[in-house]
Design a protein around this ligand. Structure first.
Ligand SMILES: NC(=O)c1ccc[n+]([C@@H]2O[C@H](COP(=O)([O-])OP(=O)(O)OC[C@H]3O[C@@H](n4cnc5c(N)ncnc54)[C@H](O)[C@@H]3O)[C@@H](O)[C@H]2O)c1
Length: 318
């Protein structure tokens, strides 16, 4: 099989690329390195079955060319930061909606029949049902990121209906693990390196969230690509549980042998659009034969190990 992976140099995308190559597939990566890291593709570059197109998916012509001869597109390129959405109100529209439309057009013009897409549990906003199943009514959107992902899901579904594309849409909780470059473990670890005696925490620490290790995430993507037979298959991805932010702070501090004083900024949310309780019902994905192998605690501890061994990533992302 020949795959196009957008966001190939990113945290999750590069782990997907490595798995596809290990499984014997041919992979064309596409990345602008806006947040991706060349080093994440070191293993891939050593494979004759890998090629990277360095460019911006905003350029439709490049995307159309990239889709030539492709069987499946794994579209993971995006602005993946929820938190700073209101600082640049157009970014989610451009990078998450227009770029997704470009990818769909590239597929349509080349007869590519399958797309896997990284959406987010953020589309559930403040969910009316917990644990939240895929068919939960979608509430009013609370972040530009969530709104852009939902719009992208809409375009993907319409292309599936209109042009016979098979779509697999994953709504992830936050992902942790090797090559992690953004999120609360990253922020906390970076802070504790600078000042081991105190930690500034956004919100009041009571936020409850699910997390998933990146290898469990990649397993699920591979299984769904193989087994999903719906025209548009939507799959929640997370562990069967959640932790409170203070649990995670405890694991990180314990792992580093620290006991920082905690300074809370206060309020139930860490930032505008932060959903204080995210717990996804992943029964549908599990029914395809998938089970996450790592607990949230193990995923947090492995992420800290990764950051300790790869401090260079801390300098690359603000
Ligand atoms: N990390 C998480 O916890 C999480 C949770 C839910 C959903 N997601 C989604 O999963 C996907 C991957 O996230 P990630 O954490 O690996 O993020 P990431 O920032 O590490 O990866 C995104 C990649 O896309 C590339 N990219 C972005 N815009 C581009 C453009 N216009 N042209 C070419 N390349 C471009 C970046 O350079 C980067 O390599 C994203 O779609 C994100 O929204 C991530």
């Amino acid at each position: 099989m020949r795959f196009l992976v957008t966001g190939a140099a990113g945290f999750i995308g590069s782990n997907v690329v490595d798995r596809l190559l290990a499984d014997g597939h041919e992979v064309v990566g596409f990345d602008s390195y806006i947040t991706g890291q060349r080093e994440f593709l070191t293993g891939a570059f050593a494979s004759p079955k890998f090629r990277l197109i360095e460019g911006d998916l905003f350029d439709l012509t490049s995307v159309i060319e990239a889709c030539v001869g492709i069987d499946t597109v794994i579209h993971f390129a995006a602005n993946a930061d929820v938190r700073f959405g209101t600082n640049h109100p157009r970014r989610d529209l451009d990078q998450n909606v227009i770029v997704t439309w470009n990818v769909l057009e590239g597929m349509r013009r080349n007869g590519v029949k399958t797309i896997a897409f990284s959406s987010t549990g953020s589309v559930y906003g403040v969910a009316p049902r917990i644990p939240t199943p895929e068919d939960c009514p979608l509430p009013i959107q609370t972040s530009l990121y969530g709104a852009s992902k939902l719009a992208a899901e809409g375009f993907i579904s319409a292309y599936a209906e209109g042009f016979g594309v098979r779509a697999i849409i994953f709504r992830f909780v936050s992902i942790l693990g090797e090559r992690y470059t953004h999120g609360h473990v990253f922020d906390f670890y970076k802070q504790l390196l600078e000042h081991p005696d105190y930690l500034r925490v956004l919100g009041d620490g009571s936020q409850r969230k699910g997390y998933l290790h990146v290898q469990d995430c990649v397993d699920a993507i591979m299984i769904a690509l193989d087994k999903s037979d719906e025209k548009v298959g939507i799959f929640n991805l997370g562990v069967p549980g959640y932790c409170q932010l203070t649990d995670s702070i405890g694991w990180i501090s314990n792992h580093l042998g620290l006991n920082p004083r905690l300074e809370y900024t206060g309020g139930k949310q860490g930032w505008i659009g932060d959903n204080p309780f995210i717990f996804l019902d992943c029964w549908k994905m599990c029914s395809l034969g998938w089970q996450p192998k790592l607990s949230i605690e193990a995923a947090v501890r492995r992420t800290v190990d990764y950051l300790q061994a790869n401090k260079w990533v801390l300098e690359r992302r603000p």
